[in-house]
Each structure stands twice: as structure tokens, then as C-alpha cells.
Design a protein around this ligand. Structure first.
Ligand SMILES: [Mg+2]
Length: 235
């Protein structure tokens, strides 16, 4: 039975905290609002870019209607500014242990590997190309395509159905992520979750969020594959 494995990017596939990403959003916010908009104090880990931009604008005091009107341009410009600065190969050294071995093995076993990320589509595709992972993660669901992370699971499954003609059941759909928000997205959508501690959260925080399968990283590829199979075998 094929698995649908959906990877978070920052802190899961690549080390987190890409300054060029935050800078692209700051620049897009400044340009669209006409003055600097702070991102300070927003708990970014696991949030969608759409949620981050909306929260920044709310904190800046803009009203809801104006925020909704500005959001599409801000997200589009964030992607553009990031793509202007980051080239293929620029994030090759950011790839976390095991990732480069695991992804081809998933495909060789007949599974489908994609991303489920808070990054906008253009930021995500640029980042994956910069890490030389884009061809191993050819589809995904992105942070400009939904209001909340758990809704991206249905988006990813729909994409797989259209693109590969495969209707993978939710029980065979596994998120891999590093934050309590990845765990919550899996629980709320009915997918499974493999949590890793390569981001800023430890096993206790991820367990408290509801994760039962937690690995230190993706380095032990056999163990990762076995854990994914074990999760898929659960009801
Ligand atoms: Mg993450």
C-alpha cells in the first residue's frame, strides 16, 4: 500500500530560521503598507505565511477589510523577493541529516513524497531548488493556499489525486514535522504524524501536542521507513 508522506520544510527537511525568508516578508509588508511592519514577537514556528502576514497587519492596527485586500499582494511579493535573492544550490548545506537518502528511498518503495509547509508556494519551490530537493518533492500544499495548516492536508491529497490518479486514504497519509502545529494539523485532519526534534521543540513538547512517534532526526533511514509503516498500520 503506497504512503503519502508530507514533509514540513523549515526545521524538518532544512534547518530553520532562513533570514532571507523573513526579510522578503518584511520587504513585502513595508512595500504594500507604505511603512515598516514588525514581525517581532510573532511565534513563527509552524505558522502559515498567510497567518504570519495577517497577524503582523493586525498588530500594526489595520482593519480586517484592508488586511484581506493587501494579503494576496504581500504573499506574492514575499515569494518574488525571496526568489530574487536565493539561487539553486544556495541552501544545499542546510539539508538536515538523512533527508537526501530518505527521499529517493520513499519513491523507490512506491510511496509519494511531497511538502506540506507554511511557506508560500514560490518561497517553498525556490527553497527546495536551493537545497537541490525540488525533484524529490515534486508536489505539495503551501502556506498561501489555506487559512490554517490542517486544511493543507486535503489540498495535498487532492493534488495527488489529480496528478498521480491515486486516492491515498488518510490512514496512509503521514505528516513529518518539527512543531506542535505540525502535530495539531495531523490530528485535526485525521492524518498521522511523525515528529522530529531537529527544530526548536523537544520530545516532551511534541508528545504533549499529541505526537506518539518522535525521532531525533531523519538520519536513520531504515528506522524512519519502519516508523512510517508502523504509523500507517495503526487504525
Ligand atoms: Mg517546521
Amino acid at each position: 500500500m503506497p504512503l503519502l508522506v508530507l514533509f514540513d520544510i523549515d526545521g524538518t527537511l532544512l534547518r530553520g530560521g532562513d533570514p532571507a525568508h523573513a526579510e522578503a516578508m518584511r520587504r513585502a509588508l513595508r512595500e504594500c503598507v507604505g511603512e515598516p511592519v514588525a514581525l517581532d514577537g510573532i511565534p513563527l514556528a509552524g505558522m502559515l505565511d498567510r497567518q504570519i502576514a495577517r497577524l503582523a497587519l493586525q498588530r500594526h492596527g489595520l482593519d480586517t477589510n484592508l488586511i484581506e485586500r493587501l494579503l494576496p499582494a504581500i504573499l506574492q511579493q514575499t515569494g518574488r523577493y525571496y526568489a530574487e535573492r536565493i539561487r539553486r544550490g544556495d541552501r544545499r548545506s542546510w539539508v538536515l541529516p538523512g533527508v537526501r537518502d530518505l527521499l529517493p528511498q520513499l519513491w523507490q518503495h512506491g510511496h509519494l513524497a511531497g511538502v506540506l509547509t507554511g511557506n508560500t508556494e514560490l518561497v517553498a519551490r525556490t527553497k527546495l531548488a536551493a537545497a537541490d530537493l525540488d525533484q524529490l518533492l515534486p508536489f505539495g500544499a503551501y502556506g498561501d493556499q489555506a487559512e490554517e495548516r490542517h486544511l493543507l492536508v486535503a489540498q495535498a491529497r487532492f493534488t495527488v489525486k489529480i496528478r498521480y490518479g491515486q486516492d491515498i486514504p488518510l490512514t496512509q497519509t503521514i505528516l513529518v514535522g518539527d512543531t506542535p502545529r505540525d502535530v495539531a494539523a495531523a490530528l485535526e485532519s485525521g492524518a498521522k504524524i511523525l515528529a522530529v526534534t531537529t527544530g526548536r521543540f523537544g520530545p516532551d513538547e511534541l508528545r504533549t501536542a499529541g505526537a506518539s512517534a518522535i525521532l531525533p532526526d531523519l538520519a536513520d533511514v531504515d528506522r524512519v521507513l519502519a516508523t512510517l509503516q508502523e504509523l500507517a498500520a495503526r487504525p
